[in-house]
Design a protein. Sequence first.
Length: 127
Amino acid sequence: MDEESLSLITKDTPLVGYSLFVDDLNRIDEFKADLEANGYVVNDQFQMGDVISEIDRPLNQTRYLISGVISLLLLIFMTLMQNRYFELRKKDMALLKVNGLSTKAILQILCHQLILGLLVVSYYNLA
């Protein structure tokens, strides 16, 4: 507490304290600023906000790293699945070509199937 706050407290003035509970670490600073703007004195020396921020930063970096690795592995897995799928359908594509389908139409079919597969994988990645 600063000296101005201490000078307002006398023997007859009751001290009332409240505990604030937040779900997000960033909300602590917002609440503190709002309370101080409304004239309340905020004693947050016991919570060591700097230490909490230092602990939270590597955890967030680890979350982003793990999410990136999982996305990369899913992309590699999807590529391997598509290569295997093309190998299995090689005869089907040759038959489509023999029956008169153009190369452009065959590529459109394969692209539609690829895009559909990527949408399914990205949906399950986000869920």
